[in-house]
Write a protein that binds this ligand. Structure first.
Ligand code: C2E
Ligand code: CA
Ligand code: CA
Ligand code: CA
Length: 276
């Protein structure tokens, strides 16, 4: 029988079907991935303007024995959908903090950046649990940088804001991730207890030798006025680094310096061994 709905007459699209099948297989495997601890950590270094090691961002990796390496862009939303992201955050935190404790023996001021989701901020015991973990690893609260996105601030509502205020009061650092990609209402920069800004890669990519970008210096100056420390993400070229440095950008992350690496690989790099 004929029906009005357009989708009834959709052609069979093998590529689309493949995507749907793949997503279904991921969904089937995601719980097992959590329970069997299939997620691992990659660490990407973040450097100061003088190219001194300042921090590591811990990034989730999922390698499935049949499906292969799956991108965080695919599995993070899936974990969020199924209410499982908290388990991943916990795993990233524990693995990251234990590495940090170890690496701080060599780099006493080293910090760790961890990505948090909206669901993580809903948990009322978050602040206490975090404090307990820091104590366990004998780490000062300021050595942890909690990365949140603009969308969390918009969606999450008052409980999340209370939560962030509590975390900030306890001395944890809060960084606004992917700055410039979301709603970019600058008003909340003053309202929320954010102490760091991470400028999204898409802004950094706009820098090239020919064209002088005016927006980026303006953002940097604004952040400086609000006493927010700036990290540039996705720095891939010397030209980008020089441009950002000239405007006083404080921290740098990107392939120009290093890709995300395993803890083992980091300990083998020249820049990690030849400290100072
Ligand atoms: P993000 O937080 O913005 O992390 C930076 C992403 O940019 C990483 O991708 C990193 O590998 C990539 N990247 C770093 N430098 C460069 C560069 O110079 N050029 C280019 N083209 N890319 C660069 P990745 O690891 O694929 O992660 C993607 C996103 O997945 C992350 O974006 C973050 O939003 C999310 N994610 C990753 N791990 C976690 C996690 O443990 N928890 C949560 N909630 N989200 C995570
Ligand atoms: Ca991040
Ligand atoms: Ca980011
Ligand atoms: Ca990003």
């Amino acid at each position: 029988a004929k029906k009005k709905a357009g989708h009834q007459y959709r052609f069979y699209d093998p590529e689309q079907q493949h995507k749907i099948d793949f997503r279904m297989r991921l969904t089937q495997n995601i719980r097992q991935a959590i329970s069997q601890r299939q997620f691992s950590c990659a660490f990407q270094p973040i450097f100061s303007a003088e190219k001194r090691l300042a921090s590591f961002e811990v990034l989730a990796r999922w390698h499935h024995h049949e499906l292969g390496a799956i991108s965080p862009a695919q599995f993070i939303p899936l974990l969020e959908e199924h209410g499982l992201i908290g388990y991943l955050t916990q795993h990233m935190l524990d693995t990251g903090l234990s590495q940090l404790a170890l690496w701080r023996q060599q780099y006493p001021a080293l910090q760790l950046n961890v990505n948090f989701s909206a669901q993580d901020l809903v948990d009322p015991s978050l602040c206490n649990r975090l404090s307990e973990r820091m104590k366990h690893y004998k780490l000062p609260h300021h050595s942890l940088i909690i990365e949140i996105t603009e969308s969390i601030l918009i969606q999450a509502g008052t409980s999340a804001v209370d939560q962030l205020n509590q975390l900030a009061k306890q001395g944890f650092n809060i960084a606004l991730d992917d700055f410039g990609t979301g709603y970019s209402s600058l008003s909340y920069l003053d309202t929320f207890p954010v102490t760091k800004l991470k400028i999204d890669r898409s802004f950094v990519q706009r820098i090239d030798e020919q064209q002088q970008d005016k927006l980026l210096p303006a953002i940097i100056h604004l952040a400086q006025d609000l006493a927010l420390e700036i990290t540039a993400e996705g720095v891939e070229t010397h030209a980008q680094y020089e441009f950002l440095k000239q405007f006083g950008c404080e921290r740098y992350q990107g392939y120009l310096f290093s890709k995300p690496l395993t803890a083992f690989d980091i300990e083998g790099t020249a820049w990690f061994q030849s400290k100072q």
